[in-house]
Design a protein around this ligand. Structure first.
Ligand code: DGL
Length: 362
């Protein structure tokens, strides 16, 4: 089957409603040759995108079903026995706590029932790093969990989805991927969830791990990890019984900044605020005063940076000890937000304990 002959989104709706589990291309010979089992959980994104009539290069995310995505990739059945389920069919700009909780529940069930050697999650690239980081903070397992997406829809010339998906299944089914936490695979590169970051709006070479480098490389023939598996692991955080996670807002700092966006966030009920600060996580006097006032009211304040790489340091330009702030170190604002949501959900709100949790998150 070619990508152009992929079925329409009607099949996605059906598979979401029925949570149908499909065994894909399971030839007896292939299955016998390679006993690895991989569970593919599809959430949508460009990898499942199809051309739209809107404009020449327009497309709609999340239109192709998990089963059809897999059928479009030759020789997948030689890598592993694959089962596929549709968890959602959304562009990842709409990613939300409900899908995150559903993913965790499904992966935990797979671990408990020993259903798979690895899990692959197909996902839009826009918020992939947040989902990967979230899963890495709550899932207690050595099983490889690999997020994959694409920058071009399945109907585009030079679609990158099929190769990325093949390589993701290859990584998820490989014994050497065990114990490496949650991974992101795109463009022949393997990233750790803590560092993976989308850095380019359209290039297939968009994911980078700027402060650490990729953990490895993959092609159709080989997997090469270039970093050892992390020796120390941060303790996992408990997930509340049901979504949503506590509200944490990101406030973006800029020239001519006042405290209004921070005051607004507090009024809207934010339990935490992450500052996407300038430079070393800094902001204007007015915004700092508003942040300090928020912290005095019990809102947890974490300073991160809009810069895109590097570490935010404590007590250099901003007196965190006095003002009651924590810093995110090298976690970007969107990941710092996810961690703060989980910390608040776990009752960790005292600034020193919050800071310790960011230090421990390696
Ligand atoms: N709508 C965006 C998303 O699903 C497109 C980006 C992508 O998937 O690459 O994240």
């Amino acid at each position: 089957m070619t990508p152009h002959s992929l079925r329409s989104n009607r099949s996605i709706q059906a598979s979401i409603c029925l949570t149908v589990v499909l065994m894909i291309g399971l030839g007896a010979t292939a299955a016998a040759a390679n006993p690895a089992r991989v569970l593919v959980l599809a959430t949508g994104g460009t990898i499942a995108g199809q051309a739209s009539a809107r404009a020449g290069n327009a497309y709609d995310s999340g239109k192709v079903s998990a089963a059809d995505l897999i059928s479009a990739v030759p020789d997948m059945d030689k890598l592993a026995r694959i089962s596929a389920e549709q968890i959602s069919a959304i562009g990842s700009q709409d990613m939300n706590d409900k899908v995150w909780f559903d993913l965790v529940a499904r992966i935990r069930a797979a671990i408990e029932k020993k259903e798979a050697n690895g899990v692959v999650i197909t996902h839009g690239t826009d918020t992939m790093e947040e989902t990967a980081f979230f899963l890495s903070r709550v899932l207690e397992t050595d099983m490889p969990i690999v997020l994959v997406g694409s920058m071009r829809p399945s109907t585009a010339i030079g679609a990158d989805g099929p190769a990325n998906l093949y390589e993701a299944v290859k990584v998820a089914s490989a014994p050497e991927s065990r114990g490496r936490g949650v991974l992101v695979v795109l463009n022949d590169t393997i990233h750790g969830a803590r560092w993976a970051q989308k850095t380019n709006t359209t290039s297939v070479e968009t994911f980078r791990s700027r402060d650490a480098g990729p953990v490895g490389y993959v092609d159709t023939g080989s997997i090469r990890f270039v970093q050892p598996a992390a020796a120390v692991r941060a303790p996992k955080l408990k997930l509340p019984d049901a979504a949503p996670l506590p509200r944490v807002d990101i406030v973006y700092s800029h020239a001519n900044m006042d405290g209004a966006p921070i005051e607004d966030a507090v009024k809207r009920g934010a339990k935490g605020i992450v500052l996407a600060g300038v430079g070393d996580g800094n902001t204007s006097k007015g915004a700092l005063e508003a942040l300090a006032a928020a912290a005095r009211q019990g809102v947890v304040v974490v300073r991160s940076t809009r810069v895109g790489s590097g570490f935010v340091n404590r007590n250099v330009e901003v007196n965190d000890d006095t003002l009651g702030f924590a810093v995110s170190l090298d976690l970007n604002p969107q990941k710092a937000r996810v961690l703060l949501q989980l910390l608040i959900a776990n009752g960790i709100t005292e600034p020193k304990a919050v800071q310790q949790a960011y230090v421990a998150t390696w």
